[in-house]
Design a protein around this ligand. Sequence first.
Ligand code: TYD
Length: 140
Amino acid sequence: MQAKDSTVYDCTIVELDRHHSERKGNISVVENRKTVPFDVKRVYYLYDVPGGESRGGHAHKALSQLIVAASGSFTVTLDDGSVRRTFTLNRPYQGLYIVPGIWRTLEDFSSGAVCMVLASEGYDEEDYIRDYEEFLVYKK
Ligand code: TYD
């Protein structure tokens, strides 16, 4: 599928494998092509985001991502140029899979929230669309 044709309905919450130990806590696992349909080439995480601050505000032309609230909570609003969907992420054993060609905004970070992002490609500023009007033209 072309990124310009992707929709918010191509993006889904993925349940991660969870290994629970009564006394020792939990482990959640992400494996390439098993948990997500891409190979993870880069991991980054957002933290110390001040209350009321918003992140994102861009789309990617080629990048797929899995976003996990490793700690705390925040909301992710996805926008394909026609439809918006908002997800609250607040479980370390769930991830939001985002396909290319989707505008995203991250907001309402709780104190101490850690937003972990697993990405299909290395960092490339050329892959970003940072202007919303340009995004709408791209999706037409
Ligand atoms: P950006 O993706 O715009 O952050 P957000 O969407 O969370 O607001 O990234 C902010 C800056 O961080 C960007 O200008 C360059 C730097 N950066 C890297 O150098 N490598 C990376 O992998 C990422 C994600 C960001």
